[in-house]
Write a protein that binds this ligand. Structure first.
Ligand SMILES: O=C(O)C1=C[C@@H](OP(=O)(O)O)[C@@H](O)[C@H](O)C1
Ligand SMILES: C=C(OP(=O)(O)O)C(=O)O
Length: 411
């Protein structure tokens, strides 16, 4: 995909996809609740896939979660407690993304699950569900919080299927906390009873009821438009409908982060309007709660020449690709860097940064494609394997075209 920008300030309005995180939780909870109308469900592949797999006939012997972490993790828990006997698999990369913490926890609750290849990784053969039916007290599990919050969300959503509920004691540093709170909020919306006491999460055996819910637009996807306003010519501005000031998505943190990197956010009735403002002299940001924003912010800081210190990147190595290695390789092509300072601290130093026809590799990672695309405002750029964006934002390239990017797939 070749991208070019004609040079005038960015303006207009861009359509965001709906949040895939909200969508995929709502789909699992609705399946357990037995009904409810979901408005504005995401058309992202991860969500369409979740819908398809939830609707697969019981006779199916294999389900493929492709490269979707939420689908793999949430469905594992859902299929386990609904007693399905099925093989759950995924792409080559998914088979390298760990799932042992979740499988161990589900086994303790009464699920029979076997690994068919490597212990601790998909594919999984689900063999049935035999919980302790005479439990009087909530079953208590110790669950690590430092690998993926998706295991915790998956367990929370099915916790009410246990006779006396579930108590999760979170061990170690807990990453992606806002996603756990989002799970709690959606469970409560469907009548679930869930208390988040910090280190302990309690889920009562209260059944879900059917409810309607309108999915908010995706704040992670919004981050790429923040990047475009930051990198666009003076006077650039963009309006993003469908975002709420009181959001369940932790990636709303982009508002505060980008305020330091030159973007002001104004909330209005229908969403936000982004305009330019002066940048800070330097930025230090912990991404523990918002790992999906790290790529966007690293690229913007490098291109603006604002020194950036990044912490909380631990989970980036086990996402769609090793995002730290991918960022290091691609930033280097422009003269930028992501320097590993040890002790889980990284730095984007100030460097001569030039955009002049480079080709960006995307490593099967939608966020690599979308985080680097805004650089096209600074010079011509080629992005390889551009269809990767379908995971979370299928309309990304057509939205770029609508606001005036020249987008061409000619070689
Ligand atoms: O629960 C969710 O919807 C998500 C949680 C995060 O993953 P981790 O908990 O693995 O950090 C995030 O990176 C992912 O894109 C979506
Ligand atoms: C990490 C991501 O997704 P998942 O873990 O659900 O595959 C993401 O969308 O950036």
């Amino acid at each position: 995909m070749q991208l070019r920008w004609a040079g005038r300030p960015l303006s207009g309005s861009a359509q965001l996809p709906a949040s895939k995180s909200e969508s995929n939780r709502a789909l699992i909870i609705r399946a357990l609740a037995g009904g409810g109308q979901l408005e504005n469900l995401s058309d992202a592949n991860d969500t369409e896939l979740m819908q398809r797999l939830l609707a697969t006939p019981l006779s199916a012997d294999t389900l493929n979660a492709e490269d979707a972490g939420t689908v793999m993790r949430f469905l594992t828990a859902y299929l386990a407690v609904t007693g399905r006997q099925v093989l759950l698999t995924g792409t080559a990369r998914m088979r390298q993304r760990p799932i042992g913490v979740l499988v161990d926890a589900l086994r303790q609750l009464g699920a029979r699950i076997d690994y068919t290849e490597q212990d601790g990784y998909p594919p999984l053969q689900l063999q049935g569900w035999e919980p302790q039916l005479d439990e009087q007290e909530p079953t208590e599990l110790r669950v690590r919080g430092d690998i993926s919050s998706q295991y915790i969300s998956a367990l929370m959503m099915v916790g009410n299927q246990l006779p006396a509920g579930l108590r999760l004691r979170l061990i170690g540093k807990v990453g992606s906390r806002p996603y756990i709170r989002m799970t709690q909020s959606l469970m409560q919306h469907f009548g679930g009873q869930c208390r988040d006491l910090g280190e302990v999460i309690e889920v009562r055996p209260q059944a879900y009821h059917s409810a309607d819910y309108t999915i908010e637009s995706d704040w992670s996807a919004a981050s790429y438009w923040y990047a475009m306003v930051a990198l666009g010519p003076a006077g650039s501005s963009i309006t993003l409908p469908g975002l709420r000031q009181h959001s369940w998505q932790g990636d709303q943190a982009i508002v505060g982060i980008m305020a330091q990197l030159g973007v002001a956010t104004e909330f209005n009735d229908n969403g936000v309007t982004l305009t330019q403002q002066p940048v800070s002299a330097g930025v230090e940001q912990d991404f523990t709660d918002c790992p999906d924003l790290a790529q966007t912010v690293a690229v913007v800081a490098a291109a603006l020449g604002v020194p950036l210190v990044l912490t909380g990147l631990e989970s980036l190595r086990i996402k769609e690709t090793d995002r730290i290695a991918a960022l290091q390789a691609e930033l280097a092509k422009f003269g930028g860097a992501l320097v590993d300072e040890g002790d889980e601290r990284f730095r984007v130093p100030v460097a001569e940064f030039h955009v002049a026809g480079q080709t960006v590799e995307t490593y099967h990672d939608h966020r690599m494609a979308m985080a680097f695309a805004p650089l096209a405002l600074r010079g011509p750029l080629t992005v390889l394997a551009p269809t990767v964006v379908r995971k979370s934002y299928p309309q990304f390239w057509s939205e770029l075209q609508k606001v005036g990017f020249e987008v061409s797939s000619q070689p």
